[in-house]
Ligand binder design. Structure first.
Ligand SMILES: [Zn+2]
Length: 187
């Protein structure tokens, strides 16, 4: 499965090489653009099914994902579990539920992301769920590139990629004067 998925991600252009500014502010020689892998609805559905099968814990009552990246895969994972899907989004920099979305008190929640990069957005969703009264059962993602970092709740990913992130002041690619690209900014 891992090899097959890796091939698909490469073929769909989801795994890029260069010098990238990540949304976390860190630099990396690799960028993962899952949106390209998810533009095929049948494949998105399939990935959601695979994620649901990967989960070993209690069946969730609702799936919560951070917009934008987690929306499609979160939706498809919710479809596989046959539960509802809602998403968090940023307002004035702060992650929150909008659009009338709410979480039932004590509802079991799975957080679903496309990529775990630093884990920051997952932890932000975690806080939103907790404040909202839900219980985070765990988190799932298509790709984990956190290089060994772990959440303190159960989490699983379809593909673990060992990719280094660099602080800008320590970035070897900056030192080599390779132009920095902000992914998504290119037309
Ligand atoms: Zn750099």
């Amino acid at each position: 499965m891992q090899k097959e998925l890796l091939n698909y991600l490469k073929k769909s252009g989801s795994l890029l090489k260069g010098h990238f500014l990540l949304s976390s502010g860190l630099h990396s020689a690799h960028y993962v653009q899952c949106a390209l892998a998810l533009k095929n609805p049948a494949m998105a559905e399939n990935l959601g099914k695979n994620l649901a099968e990967l989960w070993r814990g209690e069946k969730p009552e609702i799936i919560v994902s951070p917009a934008m990246g987690g929306m499609i895969i979160g939706h498809e994972t919710a479809r596989a579990f046959n539960v509802e899907f809602i998403f968090t989004e940023r307002e004035d920099g702060r992650m929150r539920l909008r659009r009338g979305f709410e979480i039932k008190t004590q509802a079991g929640v799975l957080i679903v992301e496309d990529v775990f990069t630093t884990g920051k957005s997952t932890m932000e969703v975690y806080e939103v769920v907790k404040v909202g009264g839900g219980i985070v059962l765990g988190a799932l993602s298509i790709i984990n590139r956190m290089s060994g970092k772990k959440f303190y709740f159960p989490h699983r990913s379809l593909l673990n990629l060992d990719i280094e992130n660099h602080a800008p002041e320590e970035c070897p690619l900056c030192k080599k004067k390779i132009p920095l690209v902000k992914p998504g900014s290119r037309k």
